[in-house]
Design a protein around this ligand. Structure first.
Ligand SMILES: *[C@@H]1O[C@H](CO)[C@@H](O)[C@H](O)[C@H]1NC(C)=O
Ligand SMILES: *[C@@H]1O[C@H](CO)[C@@H](O)[C@H](O)[C@H]1NC(C)=O
Ligand SMILES: *[C@@H]1O[C@H](CO)[C@@H](O)[C@H](O)[C@H]1NC(C)=O
Length: 411
């Protein structure tokens, strides 16, 4: 008997590097594995349950979440977090009727799920589902409960969003930092207000994908491979549109003209060179306050004639402005510039315009310009050492507060 106790103790403390193999009741019920949970008795009072740990050495196992966490027993459990404990989700075969359960928040983090299929995740009254960083490669149709309000599938390996693979009633969908190249028509929930697809490999989004998303207020497509804007003209309720860090070179006239609630258009870090870009953007005059970032593009000149700048500010640093016109642009834009533009020229370490003065033949001049611009962009791109322009997106219910703050300190 003593030997067995000792053996168990040794197993726990050496293999699993733990003081005890039992679940602990602290701010939540914390268990090292599903095995430990089976030995834990006080399940009726559990409200928050955490299984596993980020640096756990317990090997992940195959789990039937619906059977192992039978909600007729865990009837106070509202938050469940499973970390690095699952290498396969088993499908629950005998599907019983849906009954009320308080489980609202389900998080799986750093498990190896690969595929999510039907009847693998608890359904019931789930509202928030976070599946960040689980090596998910595909999601089968009807894998999720339709009433999930917010779903986060970021940091996985998804290449396609298939039809019927997302909860149909979701308001917020995040699929950041996956490998998305394609989204099927009608794959996105029609009532979406927030869609974040940043950090993927998207080159375009067909109109059929976006056509019904009439209630969309925030769309983030930054860090993808777009060379032009996707068809968003009809998304009249957009408040925030971010397509920074792409390769957008030209813009289609009138894209934003019906978006009366717009507060941010982030076009920074692209390849825009149209000198009449502000006329092309033709933003509506009705929005409360609009910030447009054109930072870090290829603009040399800017046409400001016949433009209403009321209630708008612009972020313009990091473009290879022609030094001949930059002072006039600055003058005409006074009170419509972000802090970042004001700070930048006052920092001697960073260039803010280029003197395009011809010398010699025209053919050598063209290549010289390219070199100037390349050098300029290299210097500006390496700026983080002494210059930061940081975007703040504050949300207070339906009110947004968008601002830019700057710091430009000498190294
Ligand atoms: C869009 O929002 C309105 C107002 O909140 C709502 O009545 C409507 O059902 C929503 N549309 C969809 C498709 O959810
Ligand atoms: C600045 O404003 C003046 C007067 O409205 C205008 O003539 C000029 O073209 C503007 N400059 C630029 C660069 O748009
Ligand atoms: C300025 O804009 C108004 C209204 O859009 C237009 O009627 C007018 O012709 C424009 N003027 C110039 C000089 O482009």
């Amino acid at each position: 008997m003593f030997a067995r106790v000792l053996l168990v103790y040794l197993l726990c403390s050496t293999f699993f590097n733990l003081i005890s193999c039992e679940c602990r009741q602290t701010y939540a019920t914390v268990c090292d594995s599903f095995e430990d949970l089976k030995k834990y008795d006080d399940v009726e009072n559990m409200k928050t349950l955490i299984i596993g740990a980020e640096h756990s050495s317990v090997p992940p196992t195959s789990v039937n979440l619906i059977a192992d966490l039978d909600y007729t027993f865990y009837y106070k459990l509202s938050t469940l977090v499973i970390i690095r404990s699952v290498n396969e989700l088993k499908s629950h075969v005998s599907w019983t009727c849906d009954y009320e359960s308080p489980l609202k928040y389900l998080t799986l983090y750093r498990n190896k799920l690969k595929v999510i299929g039907k009847n693998q995740l608890p359904r019931h009254s789930l509202k928030f589902l976070s599946l960040v960083n689980n090596e998910i490669e595909s999601v089968k149709p009807d894998a999720f409960y339709d009433q999930v309000e917010e779903i986060d599938l970021s940091e996985n390996l998804l290449e396609v969003i298939q039809r019927h693979s997302l909860p149909s009633d979701s308001k917020s969908v995040s699929v950041r930092n996956n490998k998305l190249v394609h989204i099927e028509a009608d794959a996105l929930p029609k009532g979406l207000t927030n869609l974040n697809l940043a950090g993927n490999e998207l080159r375009y989004i067909p109109y059929e994908v976006l056509k019904d998303l009439k209630n969309l207020t925030e769309l983030a497509l930054n860090h993808n491979k777009f060379s032009s804007l996707p068809p968003i003209k009809h998304l009249e309720h957009l408040v925030v549109f971010d397509i920074s860090f792409n390769s957008v070179s030209t813009l289609e006239r009138g894209t934003f003209e019906k978006m009366d609630n717009l507060q941010l258009i982030d076009l920074s870090n692209n390849k825009i060179h149209q000198y009449d870009v502000l006329q092309v953007l033709n933003t509506p005059g009705k929005q409360p306050y609009l910030k447009v970032s054109l930072a870090l593009n290829n603009l040399k000149e800017l046409q400001l004639k016949n433009l209403s700048l009321q209630h708008q500010t612009f972020v313009l640093y990091g473009n290879p402005w022609d030094c001949k016109v930059w002072p006039e642009i600055k003058k005409n834009l006074s009170r419509h510039e972000s802090n970042c533009n004001v700070e930048l020229p006052s920092n001697e370490d960073l260039p803010f315009c280029i003197s395009y003065i011809a010398d010699g033949g025209l053919s050598t001049w063209e290549t010289k310009i390219e070199k100037f611009v390349a050098t300029f962009q290299e210097i500006v791109a390496n700026r983080p050492k002494n210059f930061h322009c940081r975007r703040h997106l504050g949300r207070y219910g339906w009110l947004y507060r968008i601002s830019y703050t700057c710091s430009a300190t000498k190294v």
